[in-house]
Design a protein around this ligand. Structure first.
Ligand SMILES: Cc1ncc(COP(=O)(O)O)c(C=O)c1O
Length: 520
C-alpha cells in the first residue's frame, strides 16, 4: 500500500483537518485511501489523546480478509453479502484495521468489552493461568473456578444465592437455567417477552422474542410470549409509566391464568432488554413480576447476560428495580428507594470476563440448589469453569472493583452520555426517544416524531433497511463503530471510556445522524 497522503496523516494525528481517511469496504481495494470532500464540522473535537497509532500491515489484513471470505462461515448472515472489517488489534476503547486506522468502539463489540480491550491485569492473569493450569476437567476443583464462584455469589443480586454453574456463554446459561427450573417445579412451559434475545441454542432461541426465532421455531419448546413494558410503543395504549406497569402486569397475570396457572416452570426476563432496545424497567414492574412468580410458583430467571457486570451502572441490572428515575435527568436515579426485587436464578456471560475468554453461568438460589443436592443435575459441559476463563473473570472483577468501574459506568451515563444524547435529540428530528442508563443507551430513530413511524420497518432488510445500513457505514467511515438493531442505534461503550472519548464519539454520531437524515 502506498503511504497515506500527508494531510490524511495530519488529520489522523488529531489536527482535525479534512480530508480524513475512509476505511476500505467492498468498493475499494484494501489499502487504498479515499479523500472525503465533506468538511469536518468545526464542532468535531480533535482525535482524543488516547487514540492509538498502530503500525499498518495492509498485506496481513488483505490475507485475513481473503481467507475469511473463503473459509469462515459467519453468524446470522447471508454469507456472500458480508464485507467484514478486519480488526488487526485493539486497546482500551479503540480497535484498528490493517491500514492502522483507529475506530472508537461505542458498541463494546457485542456489548461485552466492559473494561475495554487489553486490560494489563486481565491479560497477565490469563498468561499466568495458562502457565500454571491451562485446562482441567470440570469434575476437579481448581483454584480459579472456586475463587470466581465465591466472588460471583458475594456480588449476586440477592442474599439467597449460594452456588454457580459455569457454562461457555450466555445461551447455554439460559438453556441450563430453564432445565433447572423445569426439574425444580416439575412443569414444562416457560414465559418470555416479545422484544427479547436469549441466545442461539434450541431453548434460548425459542425464548427469544424477535425475528431470529422465526426460522428456528417449530412450536415445540413450550414457550409462551407476552408483552413487557415499553411505553414508547406501548402494547397497552398507556400514556404514563404507571399505567404501562399496571397494564403490563395485568396482561401477564391474565396470560398465566388463561394458559393454566399450574403449567409454568419459569419466566425468563432480561431485566433491561438489550438487543431488543434497552428498555429500562419502569418502577414497580420487576417487583410485580416477583409477586406473580410467588403467587403461581414460577421460577424467575433474570437474564443478565448483556446488562450485567456493570453495564447499567450496577453489577446487575435487576438492581434497578429498587431505584427510581429522576424526571428530566437522563441516566440519573434515586438509589434504593424500594428494596430491589430478587430473582431465583441469574444468567450471566459477556462482561464477566469482558469477553477476553468465553464464559457464562447460572447463579443458583439455595432452594433450587437443594433440588439437586441429593439428585443428579442432568447437565454438564466439558469446559464448565474452564480455568483460563475463570482466571480472566477473577481478574476482571478485581479490576472492576479496584478501579471503581461500575460507578464509572454510572457516572459516564449521568454526566456525559445521558446529557450528550439528550442534546443530540434536541437537534435531530430523527431521534424519537433517548433511553438508557449507565453505559447502556438506545436512540429510537423515527421518520416522524409525531407518529413515531420507525426509521425502518420492523424486521427490515435490503432497500427497506437502507437508512440503518447507512448509519453503520457512515459511522464506520468516520472512525466510529456503531451498534445498530432494528430502527435503533445503541451505545454500549467500555465502562472506563474517557469523557474525551465519549464526547468525540457523540460528535461523530452527531455528524452520522445528519448524514442519515439528509439521505431520507
Ligand atoms: C440477554 C442475552 N441473553 C443471552 C445471550 C446469548 O449469549 P451468547 O451469545 O454468549 O450465547 C445474549 C447475547 O447477546 C443476550 O444478550
Amino acid at each position: 500500500m502506498s503511504k497515506a497522503p500527508r494531510q490524511v496523516r495530519a488529520a489522523r494525528s488529531g489536527h482535525g483537518l479534512p480530508p480524513y481517511p475512509i476505511p476500505c469496504t467492498t468498493r475499494c481495494p484494501r489499502g487504498a485511501w479515499y479523500l472525503v470532500t465533506t468538511a469536518v464540522p468545526a464542532s468535531r473535537p480533535a482525535l482524543p489523546a488516547t487514540a492509538p497509532h498502530p503500525v499498518p500491515d495492509p498485506a496481513a489484513a488483505a490475507r485475513t480478509y481473503e481467507l475469511d471470505r473463503k473459509h469462515v462461515f459467519h453468524s446470522w448472515s447471508a454469507q456472500r453479502s458480508l464485507t467484514p472489517l478486519v480488526v488487526a488489534g485493539a486497546q482500551g476503547s479503540w480497535v484498528w484495521d490493517g491500514d492502522g486506522t483507529p475506530y472508537l468502539d461505542l458498541t463494546g463489540q457485542l456489548v461485552y468489552t466492559n473494561i475495554g480491550f487489553g486490560h494489563p491485569a486481565v491479560v497477565e492473569a490469563i498468561a499466568r493461568q495458562a502457565a500454571l493450569l491451562a485446562t482441567v476437567a470440570p469434575q476437579h476443583a481448581n483454584a480459579a473456578r472456586s475463587e470466581l464462584a465465591r466472588m460471583i455469589v458475594e456480588r449476586a443480586p440477592g442474599q439467597h444465592f449460594s452456588h454457580v454453574f459455569f457454562t461457555n456463554g450466555g445461551a447455554d446459561a439460559v438453556e441450563n437455567a430453564v432445565r433447572m427450573a423445569r426439574l425444580h417445579t416439575g412443569r414444562r412451559k416457560v414465559l418470555a417477552r416479545y422484544r427479547s434475545y436469549h441466545g442461539n441454542t434450541t431453548t434460548a432461541i425459542n425464548l427469544t422474542g424477535e425475528p431470529r426465532r422465526w426460522p428456528n421455531d417449530y412450536g415445540a419448546e413450550g414457550v409462551v410470549h407476552f408483552w413487557g413494558p415499553y411505553l414508547y410503543r406501548s402494547a397497552f395504549h398507556a400514556t404514563t409509566e404507571e399505567e404501562e406497569t399496571a397494564r403490563a402486569l395485568e396482561h401477564l397475570e391474565q396470560l398465566i391464568q388463561f394458559e393454566g396457572p399450574g403449567t409454568f416452570a419459569a419466566i425468563v426476563l432480561e431485566s433491561v432488554p438489550g438487543t431488543a432496545g434497552v428498555m429500562v424497567p419502569p418502577p414497580g414492574y420487576l417487583r410485580g413480576v416477583r409477586e406473580l412468580c410467588d403467587r403461581y410458583g414460577i421460577v424467575w430467571i433474570a437474564d443478565e447476560v448483556m446488562a450485567g457486570f456493570g453495564r447499567t451502572g450496577r453489577w446487575y441490572s435487576v438492581e434497578l428495580s429498587g431505584d427510581r428515575p429522576v424526571p428530566g435527568a437522563p441516566g440519573v436515579w434515586e438509589r434504593g428507594v424500594d428494596e430491589a426485587a430478587e430473582p431465583d436464578l441469574v444468567t450471566f456471560a459477556k462482561g464477566v470476563t469482558s469477553g477476553y475468554v468465553p464464559l457464562g453461568g447460572v447463579i443458583i438460589s439455595e432452594a433450587i440448589y437443594e433440588t439437586f443436592a441429593e439428585r443428579p443435575f442432568p447437565g454438564g459441559l466439558t469446559y464448565s469453569g474452564h480455568p483460563l476463563a475463570a482466571a480472566a473473570a477473577v481478574a476482571t472483577i478485581t479490576a472492576m472493583e479496584k478501579e471503581g468501574l461500575v460507578e464509572a459506568g454510572d457516572r459516564l451515563g449521568r454526566e456525559v452520555l445521558g446529557p450528550g444524547l439528550a442534546e443530540l435529540a434536541a437537534r435531530h428530528e430523527i431521534i424519537g426517544e433517548v433511553r438508557g442508563t449507565g453505559a447502556f443507551w438506545a436512540l429510537e430513530l423515527v421518520r416522524d416524531r409525531a407518529t413515531r413511524e420507525p426509521l425502518v420497518p420492523y424486521n427490515a432488510s435490503g432497500a427497506a433497511n437502507a437508512p440503518i445500513a447507512l448509519l453503520a457505514a457512515a459511522a464506520r467511515r468516520r472512525g466510529l463503530l456503531a451498534f445498530v438493531a432494528g430502527n435503533r442505534t445503541h451505545l454500549a461503550p467500555a465502562l472506563n471510556m474517557t469523557d474525551e472519548e465519549a464526547r468525540y464519539g457523540l460528535a461523530l454520531l452527531d455528524e452520522t445522524l445528519t448524514e442519515v437524515a439528509n439521505s431520507l
